[in-house]
Design a protein around this ligand. Structure first.
Ligand code: FES
Length: 141
């Protein structure tokens, strides 16, 4: 067996062990699929069509010419929660994990409500004010 094959087999074995130990649902949280909605900023706010939340109650929004994405969650009471995906440690862009958000720079994690679940970050994510107007979800930046 050549060295390259040995390493590949070792990686496959590790992935299989991880899948067995965490369950397959755990793997899906490692690389969740989510759509990104691109939006323009007008008067310091975003206007999102309500139809975005018909199939899924969760949406990542990427404002044009803005440094960070925003996670928008539709709540059971039809209100909306928007979190700025900016790490509160040193301002790195966060990545959705399926269970919350992760920072690739120093490893902080946040839950879906923006609370810190793993440091070094100490402060929860900034929540942006939301509202409904003219059949749209408004996110105030
Ligand atoms: S910038 Fe996110 S953990 Fe440091």
């Amino acid at each position: 067996m050549q060295r390259r094959d040995f390493i590949l087999d070792g990686c496959r074995a590790c992935l299989l062990a991880a899948a067995i130990s965490t369950g397959l649902s755990g793997l899906s949280s490692c690389s969740p699929s989510y759509s990104v909605f691109k939006a323009d900023i007008r008067d310091n706010k975003l206007e999102l069509p309500l139809s975005l939340f018909e199939k899924d109650t969760f949406q990542i929004v990427r404002p044009a010419h803005f440094n960070y994405e925003i996670a928008v969650q539709k709540n059971p009471d039809n209100s909306y929660k928007a979190l700025l995906l900016k790490c509160t440690h040193q301002a790195n862009q966060l990545t959705p994990t399926g269970r919350g958000y992760a920072c690739s720079l120093h490893g902080s994690h946040f839950d879906k409500d923006g609370n810190v679940t793993k440091g070094p970050a100490e402060q929860k994510l900034r929540e942006l004010q939301t509202g409904l107007a003219f059949g749209k979800v408004i996110v105030y930046l």
